[in-house]
Ligand binder design. Structure first.
Ligand code: NI
Length: 277
């Protein structure tokens, strides 16, 4: 049922690179903004796929659509719905200017070959007026504690991401720290979203973005997004770029992941390299 959209993919020739100042900014702060990561044509096509996936409440894996902010299978209106691994439904999502550019920039930042990077994606939505906060977290806190990750996320809004609609905020320099203790939102293990507390967030920087702009952030950078108080939906696509995860000789204790670790144990190594956030 996605054949029509798969066939409608625009051919987009659009390449970006980071300046040496942007590379330095990333490694000093744990994130960097890019003015434009793809074209309007591609944004329109991505938006059509995005809308259908959320209308269908379909993820790319079983259970891959859920509200990050409420217990799984909650009734009523979703406040922070997420689609995991949409490229399992529309494989062309990994062959876009957005992903090609993200891969190029991640390789530039890691000083690695593009072919070394694995990519997987997800989509997050903040509905108009009711879209929930995504509280402070590090992406690596969602991932397998038995591995050390070298990864970064490319986050691109399809709609204006402003202070009012729930743009991302980052805590500069936080990527240099360890993975902090996290807990599930509302301290309820049935809620997917994680939160970390008890740190000084006074230096946080909000990064408003226009559609088609993007940020790259390190998997340990503390970040959050505010509720959507605007009259407009705030759609965003995130792609993770990961160098091969390395087994950790002394696995971190991440008790908040206890259930997931038991599930991962049955299906390594795929889950080890492809985190879920
Ligand atoms: Ni995140």
């Amino acid at each position: 049922m996605y054949e029509d959209l798969r066939k409608a993919r625009p051919v987009v020739d659009f390449a970006v690179e980071l300046s040496s100042e942007q590379v330095d900014f990333f490694w000093n702060n744990g994130y960097v903004a890019v003015e434009r990561i793809t074209t309007d044509d591609e944004l329109e096509w991505l938006g059509a796929i995005y809308d259908r996936l959320f209308d269908d409440k379909t993820g790319g894996i079983p259970g891959g659509y859920f509200d990050l902010s409420r217990p799984y299978e909650s009734a009523g209106t979703d406040l922070l719905p997420q689609v995991l691994h949409p490229a399992e439904v529309v494989p062309e999502l990994l062959d876009t200017a957005c992903v090609r550019n993200g891969r190029r920039l991640a390789a530039q930042l890691f000083n690695a070959a593009e072919s070394e990077l694995e990519v997987w994606g997800h989509m997050i939505q903040k509905p108009a007026r009711i879209g929930a906060e995504l509280p402070w977290h590090q992406d690596e806190a969602y991932w397998h504690p038995g591995y050390v990750y070298r990864a970064m996320g490319l986050w691109m809004p399809l709609d204006p991401a402003t202070s009012e609609s729930g743009c991302l905020s980052f805590l500069p320099g936080s990527h240099r720290g360890e993975v902090r203790p996290h807990k599930h939102i509302a301290d309820d293990p049935a809620v997917h979203g994680l939160v970390t507390e008890s740190f000084d967030a006074s230096g946080a920087v909000e990064v408003p973005l226009s559609p088609g702009a993007a940020t790259l952030h390190h998997c340990r950078t503390l970040h959050r997004s505010a509720p959507n108080r605007s009259a407009h939906i705030r759609r965003a696509i995130a792609n993770e770029f990961q160098l091969p995860a390395v087994k950790n000789r002394t696995p971190d204790s991440r008790p908040w992941l206890a259930d997931q670790v038991r599930a991962w144990a049955k299906r390594e190594p795929i889950a080890a390299s492809k985190g879920q956030t």
